[in-house]
Ligand binder design. Sequence first.
Ligand code: GTP
Ligand code: MG
Length: 364
Amino acid sequence: MADTDNNKENNRDNAGYRRPNNYRRRRFNKFKSKKLQAEKNKNDVNPNENRIFLPSNKSVSVVIPLLNEEESLKELSQKLEDVLGRLNCGYEVIFVDDGSTDRSFERIQEIHGKNNRFKCIKLRRNYGKSAALACGFKAAKGDYVFTLDADLQDDPDEIPELLKMLLSGFDLVSGWKKIRYDPFIKRNTSKIFNYVTSKLSGIRLHDFNCGIKGYRKDVVKSLKVYGEMHRYLPALAHLQGFKVTEKIVKHHPRKFGKTKFGASRFVNGFLDVLTVVFTNKYIKKPLHLFGTLGMLSFLGGFIITLYLTLLKFLERESISNRPLFLIGILFIIVGIQFFSLGLIAEMITKTNAHEEDFLIEKTL
Ligand SMILES: Nc1nc2c(ncn2[C@@H]2O[C@H](COP(=O)(O)OP(=O)(O)OP(=O)(O)O)[C@@H](O)[C@H]2O)c(=O)[nH]1
Ligand SMILES: [Mg+2]
């Protein structure tokens, strides 16, 4: 009874006039359609809002190093064509086929046949991802250069956002796969690598080895990518004084083919981070590193032998049968060795430049 009274009350407005019978339903429908409209607006991308206006003389290059990725290439090139077409600027996509033994090159030839902005550099054998990147960077003509893995794990849709960040003044924008679809062991070892690399290089990034990155032209033209340095390009760029940042990017599980890097990535990765730091901090002054180590060792050895000599002459003790005697001499010899190593390294750095030499079989 009370309920019916209540309903009757609700059917009257504040002034006490009776509301139409379908008043509540109409109010609900109005609310629902407003909510739907709000959802729609949220999902709708205003094409002009997201459009990036590059000066007409600027262009974009995308470099894609690949090894045996025949299944992914068609889908990848369609996505790239779509995304790059929307940028309204000149672009080129450079596949670097690094001695693939499957039908990757044939796939790229088909893609090139349909759109000659898709090019390919086919290397005569497998030189590794770093060499392939170096080769692509050398060939890239664009003012903004992007790299992408060929296995569809990186999303070409990220390119416009990376480009916006480059246009806002960054020299290198590195992707960060915050949510990643990799096995547990790989996710966690890479966390350790990222932490160590951050500490040693002095730049805090979460994901140094993400395949998708954007660079200003000057960065790719000045980076020396060799060995397995592709893992540390943001660290190298930072150590060279470029402005580096990161952006969270989408990551997809591997759809086709299999991973190209086995357990060796962990050992090589660690050695490479030492190389990055050494070659960047000390390349111009190796004697500072080896000389300091040498002097410390020499000083340690000198103090030990001086102490033993004093014992011999003041206390008349025999020192030749004491292990400390051998340790002192060892320290002196090691110290001299380090010093000479530093001098040799100085000579090498003055005469040697790291240049990867690769043989190109074909270009499209
Ligand atoms: N040019 C070249 N590209 C390579 C080489 N090894 C791998 N790649 C490419 O580098 C990209 C990343 O390699 P993946 O094997 O996917 O490495 P990953 O993404 O760390 O491993 P998964 O998550 O297991 O796929 C892919 O596009 C490969 O085709 C190589 O020796 N040379
Ligand atoms: Mg992959």
